[in-house]
Ligand binder design. Structure first.
Ligand code: AMP
Length: 412
């Protein structure tokens, strides 16, 4: 069966068509600037690449264009949309309602809508993507795969915040965690790769990209994760500040500064502070130059002190989470690096693991040169340290296939 994987944002729609017979990617693409001037589609099928610039007023038009190019005589890979067996959608927030992926029906759509306050930027866009595909592919099953679902096995002591309990009971204020599809894929794949069972294994997964999160996984189930009610909590990220004293919000709201460092002169709202914490902080805010780890590395190598500090803060934060998750699980057997930084930045991996030999983790500098699936710890390291490239699309496609063929996902 061919499965279409869709990730809809507020002005974008990313897609990938996968032949599940061999799990082969047939084509992928991105529709950008939906509803904005300059909208375009970028598409590739193997070596063949094309770009179309045209007016794309809404997500339905984007979905139509995606289907058109997938059937194009030159750049397409299917003759008819009937070849698409089902569509799997990435959905950011499933709240407490979803512990696994589901076939989309009216109740599922309502539950996604109910989570709009928890994922105000992503969930409405994700639902638009689902509804657009429903319109242009009538009768084709649609599946929703949630970024939060894998973390639903966390115990209350890990997901509760210390605010009055009624906020969790009445308003669902708690830790949810994100990147769940990636954490789930990587936690399964690392065991397959090492030829071991997840049962009895304590794994720490470091998903380090533009957004970053760690998870503690025991017996294949998530025990804790660093992101919270929203993706702002946890590590220092590309543009997000990560965890800090909540009182910082009040202090900055009362004493805001302009981009040039001079006082605004009047208080700003909590929403404005959070926008700054989400979009202008992290590597970007500390370096003052870039949110991209490659730029930060280059700047640091050229002696930029703020870039060096940003690097150190990121590495120190990852170390602290690894230490706390090892303590929480009573040990660690495997540490995995994944996503853009985790898969590509060997120097950062080495600096994170450096000094962790007290808990049995040692890097082999030669093995660490990899960007592929590999064990990178030394032969005498008690903890196995690995690189496992993430593949959220394949996880979404597998759940979609499972749900439409057997009615349940094979390995949640
Ligand atoms: P992601 O959000 O997973 O796409 O990751 C984006 C982050 O990964 C950015 O900070 C990039 O600097 C970093 N990254 C991506 N590719 C590389 C690479 N080849 N070498 C070093 N860092 C990379």
């Amino acid at each position: 069966m061919k499965i279409l994987v869709v990730n809809a944002g507020s002005s974008s729609l990313k897609y990938q068509l996968i032949d599940m017979d061999g799990e082969k990617e047939l084509a992928k693409g991105l529709v950008e600037r939906i509803g904005i001037e300059g909208s375009r589609l970028k598409h590739s099928a193997g070596e063949k690449k094309t770009e179309i610039s045209q007016e794309i007023p809404d997500h339905e038009a984007a979905a139509q264009l995606m289907l058109k190019i997938l059937q194009d005589p030159e750049f397409g890979v299917i003759k008819s949309t009937d070849e698409i067996g089902a569509v799997g959608h990435r959905v950011l927030h499933g709240g407490s309602a979803f512990t696994a992926s589901v076939i989309v029906n009216d109740a599922a759509k309502q539950a996604i809508r109910d989570c709009f306050p928890l994922g105000p930027l992503h969930n409405p866009a994700n639902l638009m993507g689902i509804e657009a595909c429903e319109k242009v592919m009538k009768g084709t099953p649609q599946v929703a795969v949630f970024d939060t679902a894998f973390h639903q096995t966390m115990p209350p002591k890990a997901y509760m915040y210390g605010v009055p309990k009624m906020y969790e009971e009445k308003l669902h204020v708690r830790r949810y965690g994100f990147h769940g599809t990636s954490h789930r894929y990587v936690s399964r794949r690392v065991c397959e790769f090492l030829g071991i069972s997840p049962v009895g294994k304590k794994i720490i997964i470091c998903h380090l990209g533009n957004g970053s999160s760690l998870s503690a996984v025991m017996d294949g189930k998530c025990q804790d994760t660093s992101m919270g009610l929203t993706p702002l909590e946890g590590l220092l990220m590309g543009t997000r500040c990560g965890s800090c004293d909540p009182a910082v919000v009040q202090f900055i709201a009362n004493n805001p500064l302009k981009d040039d460092g001079t006082p605004v002169g009047h208080p700003i709202s909590v929403d404005e502070v959070l926008t700054m914490m989400n979009k202008k902080s992290g590597l970007l805010g500390i370096s003052g130059k870039s949110s991209d780890c490659r730029d930060i590395d280059e700047l640091a190598n050229n002696g930029d002190e703020n870039a060096k500090l940003a690097q150190e803060m990121l590495i120190y934060g990852i170390k602290k989470y690894i230490g706390s998750y090892a303590a929480a699980m009573g040990g660690v057997d495997i540490i995995v690096f994944t996503a853009g930084i985790g898969e590509n930045n060997a120097d950062l991996r080495a600096r994170v693991i450096d000094g962790l030999d007290f808990m049995g983790a040692k890097i082999d500098p030669e093995k660490n040169k990899t960007r592929k699936e590999a064990v990178i710890s030394s032969d005498d390291s008690r903890v196995t340290v690995c690189v496992i490239p993430t593949n959220e699309e394949i996880m979404i496609a597998r759940d979609t296939l499972d749900l439409v063929t057997t009615g349940k996902v094979r390995d949640n």
